[in-house]
Design a protein around this ligand. Structure first.
Ligand code: ADE
Ligand code: ZN
Length: 326
């Protein structure tokens, strides 16, 4: 088999990528040693063996646990630089990168440490890797609305580094409406808005993310297929979906990659993009993901090019108003 994206990498933008989800076991152990943090795993092999997930929550438990090794600016810089190097090697030319400040603030790591650390890598990424970047600060939806507001306040002095806000973590039981006030405040500060919706949560959460939060893209959005009127709306309003097929398989949102509804979503006329979500945990970076969906779903070269083109159209590189012809 000749991997299409490895042989002739399509230029791509990655729009759904949690930087903490790029923490490979080798780096986790290196940082643990550097910072004198004890991990409850003997070695990288034992840690990798723990990457068997039942659902989103079982993944999140490990994802938050491993963050303990991230302590200093240098740690965040090393993490982001390792991701950017890997992404560049797979044809990524632009990356809009999520981070979860509340998970770090709760461990006593300052906002300044996180943002300036990430920025050390992002600020030199065009020069070092040929990858332009944006930073999107996510609120943890299983934390309170007040905590999200405090987090936005803590980011106020870093807004020159932050392009937008997002919403992630455990979805079910935490509807978008809970975050109305913080999204209004973010919009007033000129921040772009995205939100995870319809990964494990119902299609209603997708509509709510659009109507209540003013989300400009939907992260995942997989479950829109359960509501034909919603699909029609997403097509009409050209709302991009940042799909993550390998994540959906690992977190059991779909039974197998061959069953992934990506072809149906494309056929419906939705603006789909393909992304890696948490590549250290889900078995592949974005080029690997292109290869995997091509192989499992038999996507044509035209379809793959459409996905790559969509990733730039759906990005925040160009002015949104202009893109939608408003
Ligand atoms: N945080 C990291 N990855 C996530 C995902 N796939 N869904 C929700 N929150 C996340
Ligand atoms: Zn995600």
């Amino acid at each position: 088999k000749r991997p299409y994206d490895a042989l002739m990498p399509l230029p791509k933008a990655e729009l759904h990528l949690h930087i903490e989800g790029t923490l490979e076991p080798e780096l986790a152990f290196r940082l643990a040693e550097r910072n004198g943090v004890r991990l409850p795993y003997a070695d990288t092999e034992e840690l990798r063996a723990a990457y068997r997930f039942e659902d989103l929550q079982s993944f999140l438990d490990l994802y938050y646990e491993l963050m303990a090794v991230l302590r200093t600016e240098r740690d965040f810089a090393d993490l982001a630089d390792a991701y950017l190097a890997r992404a560049a090697a797979q044809g990524v030319r632009h990356a809009e990168i999520f981070f979860d400040p509340q998970a770090h603030l709760a461990r006593g790591v300052a906002m300044d440490t996180v943002v300036e650390g990430l920025w050390r890598a992002l600020g030199s990424s065009e020069r070092n890797h040929g990858v332009s970047t944006r930073l999107i600060m996510c609120f943890l939806r299983d934390e309170s609305a007040e905590s999200a507001l405090r987090t936005l306040e803590a980011a106020r002095s870093h807004l020159d580094r932050i392009t937008g806000v997002g919403l992630d973590s455990a979805e079910v039981g935490h509807p978008p409406v809970k975050f109305r006030a913080v999204y209004e405040a973010a919009a007033a500060l000129g921040l772009r808005r995205v939100a995870h919706a319809g990964e494990e949560g119902p299609p209603e959460y997708i509509a709510e993310a659009l109507d209540v939060l003013g989300a400009e893209r939907i992260d995942h959005g997989l479950r829109c297929l359960e509501d034909p009127a919603l699909v029609e709306r997403l097509v009409r309003e050209r709302i991009p979906l940042t799909l993550c097929p390998l994540s959906n398989v690992r977190l059991r949102a779909v039974d197998a990659l061959t069953e992934h509804p990506l072809p149906a979503l494309l056929d419906a006329g939705l603006m789909c993009t393909v992304n890696s979500d948490d590549p250290a945990y889900f078995g592949g970076y974005v080029g690997d993901t292109f290869d995997a969906v091509r192989e499992a779903l038999g996507l044509t070269e035209d379809r793959l090019r459409e996905l790559a083109r969509n990733s730039f159209l759906a990005s925040f590189l160009e002015d949104d108003e202009e893109r939608r012809g408003r």
